[in-house]
Design a protein around this ligand. Structure first.
Ligand code: EPZ
Length: 416
């Protein structure tokens, strides 16, 4: 099992190209199921979760050829309509094949994802919306079994904002008979990117990026080319690394307008940030100031940035409260940060962080994707050496993180 060894205390300098967004790529890969024609995607990140999605799609009979950042998919003839447990349990986003399979083939058998480190993460809203569109759905031996002669349009109000719920329902609706309105829809930029890909394939979608998305179903979709948007969470992660390690970096191939909440927090910490159409220049020459944060759906502060900002607060001047409102158990990184000397107490969904001048290196364990990113950030400013175990969690969502941080001057290496 791979580990990372990091020596703290070295500033960052240089430029880094931000990768394609994991949380845009995953739904858009699944959208290939909606047509028999080729879907050609560029800027697809080289991540474990992308590899898992391609493996699942191939099992369904989709041809998928990867050439660097480009992926060409074609779902001419399905060979299976089942997403098996052994794959789904490794990646919850597998549920994103449910909507497209139902829309194109009228049936699907998708394993329930089961729990995960950060929370229960049920899929009841996905199911409720598909039933409103006429699907007959039962739960059978841990699988969602769904059938629909042809889905019909519906007005769906989700009980809470759900990103993949919105995406699943949008993909189901594009081939449904009539118009579907999704109220309380997720406004994340990744939802907009999926809508852009679907529109390129011939779908008729209005309102993506607002809390009301209207989809007029069409009889079929055609192939398309689409460039996946850049990963705002990866960009935010690099900026949090700079906030603690200090120095000056430039992030390229990123549209800063999709990460206002993160940039606001980092400016509040004291990071000096300039932005252009597709770049962010940031510098930090002092100890960060502590900043409060409360996660919320986009455009609020992203839950996927919570662990990374907490790592900054761990070494900041002052104290701060970080409240997690999206997932019920997304503080797994706290225990590990405490091993590095962080002063954090948890009360319910809030973590109270008192900054210390320096952390001290230790052996810690990654528990989930963004927690591991938080640990990497903390290790950059910990005295001595930190070893992070189980970094397969990191590899799910970050492309060659140690290589790219190393190129910026961090002392970081992967070993077994
Ligand atoms: C997406 O997960 C992201 N994953 C997550 O990123 C991200 O943290 C999350 O949205 C919130 O922004 C992908 O896009 C692949 P939700 P998703 O449905 O869609 C509850 C990462 O690190 N809920 O928006 O699964 C749910 O339990 C990952 O890249 C229901 O109760 O999250 C949670 O409390 C982690 N029933 C809240 O809603 C449902 O049917 C928001 O979840 C659906 C969701």
């Amino acid at each position: 099992m791979d580990k990372l060894r990091i020596r703290g205390g070295f500033p960052l300098a240089g430029e880094v190209d931000v990768s394609g967004a994991k949380n845009a790529a995953l739904p858009i890969l699944c959208a290939a199921l909606l047509t028999a024609e080729p879907l050609v995607l560029s800027n697809v990140p080289q991540l474990q979760d992308v590899a898992t999605t391609l493996k699942l799609l191939r099992q369904l009979g989709v041809t998928a050829e990867r050439d660097g950042e480009r992926v060409t998919l074609q779902a001419a003839q399905p060979v299976s309509l089942e997403a098996p447990y052994d794959l789904v349990r490794t990646m919850r986003a597998s549920i994103l094949v449910l909507g497209p399979l139902l829309a194109r083939f009228g049936q699907a058998r998708v394993s329930l994802p089961g729990g995960c480190a950060i929370g229960q993460r049920p899929v009841d809203q996905h199911i409720k919306g598909l039933q409103a569109m006429g699907a007959e759905i039962s739960i059978d031996h841990g699988y969602v079994v769904a059938r629909a002669r042809r889905l019909h349009g519906a007005r769906i109000v989700t009980d809470m904002v759900t990103v993949t719920g919105t995406e699943n329902l949008m993909m189901a609706a594009v081939l449904a008979e009539g118009t579907t309105v999704i109220e309380n829809a997720a406004r994340e930029p990744e939802v907009i990117d999926l809508a852009l890909a679907l529109q390129a394939m011939g779908a008729r979608i209005r309102g993506a990026g607002t809390d009301r998305i209207t989809i007029d179903g069409v009889d079929r979709l055609h192939g398309a080319n689409h460039r996946v948007m850049a990963d705002r969470i990866e960009a935010g992660t690099f900026l949090c690394a700079l906030a603690v390690a200090r120095g000056s970096i430039v992030l390229r191939r990123i549209d800063p307008s999709v990460m206002d909440a993160t940039l606001d927090k980092l400016r509040e910490c004291g990071v000096v940030i300039e932005t252009g159409a597709d770049w962010i220049r940031a510098s930090m020459d002092r100890r960060p100031r502590a900043v409060h944060a409360r996660t919320s759906p986009y455009p609020g502060f992203a839950t996927d940035m919570q662990a990374q900002l907490m790592a900054v607060d761990c070494v900041a001047e002052g104290s701060a409260v970080i409240t997690e409102t999206i997932f019920e158990n997304r503080f797994m990184h706290v225990l590990e940060l405490q091993r590095l000397g962080a002063e954090i107490t948890i009360e319910g969904s809030s973590a109270f962080v008192t900054g210390v001048p320096r952390l001290s290196g230790a052996t810690v364990m990654a528990t989930d994707l963004r927690a591991s990113a938080g640990l990497v950030i903390a290790a950059l400013v910990a005295d001595g050496e930190t070893v992070i175990d189980r970094i397969y969690h990191l590899d799910r969502g970050y492309e060659k993180m140690e290589t790219r941080l190393g190129a910026l001057g961090a002392r970081i290496e992967r070993f077994r």
